[in-house]
Design a protein around this ligand. Structure first.
Ligand SMILES: [Zn+2]
Ligand SMILES: [Zn+2]
Length: 255
């Protein structure tokens, strides 16, 4: 049997506090089922624009900052209203179950007793590997202000990875080596904040050719304009090629 075509969509590519962009989030469609990677507070309305938000069977969280996780609460409660019965998997770093249970109970105390669907939690160690159907998911840590995991997803000979927030540690660099597309949090232009990645570092990754292609996400609101201008200038001067690209909401990739 032919493997089903997979479609990856950039749901949002923004940082935590922008007005015009949605928090960085990705959706991988597997055909009747989908994986959502990160779910910040701006994400659920974007998902609800599509009927198929109910296809999501796995929510993968890179870390527990609100711009990557607080959207889980409204998403879960809307599933209750929609009378969801199929199980929902929520996987993430250590403590994912207690974290989600806590924010759900803060938002809507006691609501989970009305859920008609099971939530299956699973924790990733820093270096770990799990399988969701035919998708292999591997993790490695980054340097961020709280524990954050980079995930690499491999399926039918294709692959992509999502950094979450932070600078890639050597283990994460090794994990994303040779990946088809790596989506990297690129908060700022120059390397000035220890817990975030910069365009300066992404340029080095591009020049080293470690990943086949790099998509830039999660740019700080003050850096969007200068970073875009610099990216365009470097492209015009042929100093970088199309394999180092800026992401945009709704952008999609087929595998
Ligand atoms: Zn963060
Ligand atoms: Zn963030």
């Amino acid at each position: 049997m032919e493997p089903t075509m997979k479609k990856l969509k950039v749901v949002g590519n923004g940082e935590a506090f922008t007005s015009s962009l949605c928090n960085t989030s990705f959706r991988l469609d597997l055909g009747g089922s989908a994986i959502l990677i990160d779910c910040g507070y701006q994400v659920p309305p974007k998902l609800w624009e599509e009927e198929d938000h109910t296809d999501i069977d796995l929510i993968l969280l890179t870390h527990f900052h609100a711009d990557h996780s607080f959207g889980v609460v409204p998403l879960l409660v809307r599933y209750l209203e929609e009378k969801r019965t199929k199980p929902l998997n929520i996987w993430g770093p250590k403590g994912v179950e207690s974290f989600v249970t806590k924010i759900l109970n803060l938002g809507y105390p006691g609501v989970s007793k009305y859920f008609k669907y099971q939530i299956e939690f699973s924790e990733f160690e820093e270096i770990d590997e799990k399988h969701f159907g035919e998708v292999q998911i591997r993790s490695a840590p980054t340097v961020h202000s709280i524990p954050n995991l980079t995930y690499r997803l491999d399926f039918n000979g294709s692959s992509f990875s999502v950094s979450g927030d932070g600078k890639l540690k050597p283990e994460a660099m090794a994990l994303v080596s040779g990946v088809g597309i790596h989506f990297q949090e690129t908060y700022e232009l120059l390397d000035e904040i220890p817990s975030h990645c910069s365009f300066e570092e992404v340029l080095q990754m591009h020049n080293a050719g470690t990943m086949r292609s790099i998509g830039i996400t999660h740019i700080a609101r003050h850096a969007v304009e200068p970073l875009t201008t610099l990216h365009n200038k470097l492209t015009m001067e042929n100093k970088i090629d199309g394999n180092l690209f800026l992401t945009y909401p709704g952008q999609s990739f087929e595998f």
